[in-house]
Design a protein around this ligand. Sequence first.
Ligand code: F6R
Length: 244
Amino acid sequence: MRIIRVAGYEEMSSRAADVIAAQLILDPRSVLGLATGTTPVGAYRLLVEKNRRGEIDFSQVRTYNLDEYRGLSHDDSQSYHYFMADNLFKHVNIDMANTHVPDGSDPDAESACRAYDAMVEEAGYPDLQLLGIGNNGHIGFNEPAEGFPVGTHCVDLTPSTIQANSRLFDDPDDVPRQAYTMGVGTIMKSRRVLVLASGAAKADAVRAMCYGPVVPSCPASALQLHPDCIVIADEAALARCPEE
Ligand code: F6R
């Protein structure tokens, strides 16, 4: 794991956008694994600007998002599909047919998850997987558990995740209780992983991810075993980590 310490959210976003841009410059046909949430929004904004300036080209890029709420259709404004269109896809020259998010509207969890696994496998897995981290150490929606899930599966969101995500809903009761998420096994198959973390609320999770034991009670700790994992985190998120 390589840890890049930055001052704050803006610098984290700028470094992250540079890493993603470098990936697209080196391989314009890249497969990107993407995340939603507050953390990557700044990096997405900078990627839009780079695309507008002609510095990066999304025309041949394929994307696979980590997760989607179960029960929300693609055009629901709270869905992760909608979030991605709003924050990135509709502002860059990507072919929407090349963007993929698990189908939350499919009530058949088994078939939705198997279909998504097949798509990600056929794409050859992400060249670069972007991740945020939950306050409880989750990645994607792989919540603390007894084991590391391998493929895409349906999860019951924990009370702490429902609480953390309720800020994005008008009514906390509207937060879906389940989601479809790529497994830790799939995330580990990406050739490079880029984890972003900002803010004091992430400090315990970041310490557990980088310096704790590799245990499924902190799903992000599995990334210690990834051969090419970069963590870009700010001072507040690294506050409980040793200064190297
Ligand atoms: C989102 C995702 C989640 C978030 C995590 C952090 O697609 O997979 O693991 O990355 O919940 O969320 P934020 O960035 O909102 O703190």
